[in-house]
Write a protein that binds this ligand. Structure first.
Ligand SMILES: *Cc1c(COP(=O)(O)O)cnc(C)c1O
Length: 381
């Protein structure tokens, strides 16, 4: 017998009380009982996104809300800036190009954050830019981009909106949508929201709703205006993922109980313990200057293949982490610490990592990543 541990940046573990809530018999989505659940969910989502705007909910993976954002807010030929510092930044560019937008890419070296001044320069140089598309946390590289500073730059342009893929940001670190003036914030269910895959979310500012009125791109399922109209009546345009919505109500209660501040502090603590742990093992962080609190990307040590680390952890120890993608494949591995994760999960991950590294011939000597993390996590300082 071997227990399985999910320490990948999505899907993430689902809390028992959420699993239990989702095992409830299916409600009919036009019945009052469902409407009551959805009303509660709508309120909870506003708390989570820190907005008074409606948070739209779709039955899809997170990418659905990314695609919906492009299809609902822009028109063919619109010029947008896409911050490309990893696989998900690349995805913004691909979706926008797929819908016939003119994409100006800001290439950011993997493992580093975008420089806000590069966005400011690009906006000034290009002129007539309709949107800036970025990640809050680039999951593929473990980087956090400086969203508040970027928002302050984009805010100066009446005709430009800031679109943030916060799929590993919402519920991980502070991203107050209204206070910072973020125009679109997108997330998905299977990351910090502690749910199975299958829900995507998009919160839209008043400025961005104005863009929606001018947009001429075709859309059908992901029709934001139609979904907004239905949400205001406590409804969804089409059959919602009822069980996931019921699970979401439970998740939102858990987040309210912990408070947003508590949730952010927990992620910060787990992230710093993970970083301290891997550094104590003599390993290097892939994104030392702007690490995300959602996931820690670690350089595989000399002579050790990062993919092998992932494989040994999964096959021999039952611990699922993530490897690197594209040119980072084999060079890094990624330990996630978002969602339903606590102190002992981080220690388990580090302990298993130490064993896997020893199995792969990496000389640990007296080093202990677990001990370094314990020093951060132990209750008495
Ligand atoms: C996971 C993730 C996505 C994609 O989400 P899917 O649910 O797989 O469609 C997009 N952006 C970021 C930053 C992610 O972490």
């Amino acid at each position: 017998m071997k227990k399985q541990y999910l320490l990948a940046p999505g899907p993430t573990p689902v809390p028992p009380r959420v699993l239990q809530a989702m095992s409830m018999p299916i409600l009919h989505h036009r019945a009052p009982a469902y409407k009551a659940v959805f009303e509660e969910v709508r309120d909870g989502l506003k708390y989570l996104f820190q907005t008074k705007e409606e948070v739209l909910v779709f039955a899809s993976s997170g990418t659905g809300a990314m695609e919906g954002t492009i299809a609902n807010l822009f028109s063919p030929g619109d010029k947008v800036i896409a911050v490309n510092g990893g696989k998900f930044g690349e995805r913004w560019g691909q979706i926008a190009a797929g819908y016939g937008l003119e994409v100006i890419t800001i290439d950011v070296p993997w493992g580093t954050a975008v420089k806000p001044e590069d966005i400011a320069d690009c906006l000034a140089r290009e002129g007539n830019v309709r949107g800036v598309l970025t990640q809050a946390s680039e999951t593929s590289t473990g980087v956090m981009h400086p969203i508040k500073v970027i928002a302050d730059i984009v805010k100066k342009y009446d005709q430009t909106i800031l679109v943030v893929d916060a799929i590993t940001g919402v519920g991980v670190f502070d991203l107050p949508m209204d206070a910072w003036g973020l125009d679109v914030v997108v997330t998905g269910s299977q990351k910090a929201l502690m749910l199975p895959p299958g829900l995507a979310f998009a919160a839209v500012s008043q400025k961005a709703w104005g863009f929606n009125q001018q947009s001429t791109l075709p859309r059908y399922y992901f029709d934001f205006a139609k979904e907004l109209k239905n949400a205001k009546k406590g409804q969804n345009a089409y059959t919602p993922a009822v069980s996931l919505i019921i699970g979401l109500r439970e998740v939102l209660s858990m987040i309210k109980e912990e408070t947003l501040e508590g949730v952010f502090a927990r992620h910060a603590r787990l992230a710093s313990a993970t970083r301290a742990g891997v550094q104590a093992l003599g390993l290097e962080l892939f994104a030392p200057d702007a690490p995300s609190n959602a996931v820690t990307a670690v350089k595989a040590p000399e002579g050790v293949d990062g993919q092998e680390v992932v494989k040994v952890l999964r096959d021999d120890y039952g611990v699922t982490i993530a490897g690197g993608q594209d040119h980072a494949k084999g060079k890094i591995f990624r330990l996630a610490h978002l969602g339903y994760v606590d102190d002992l999960d981080v220690l388990t991950g580090l302990a298993a990592l130490e064993m896997a590294l020893m199995d792969l011939g990496y000389e640990l000597n007296e080093r202990s990543g677990v001990r370094a993390a314990q020093m951060i996590l132990k209750v008495k300082k």
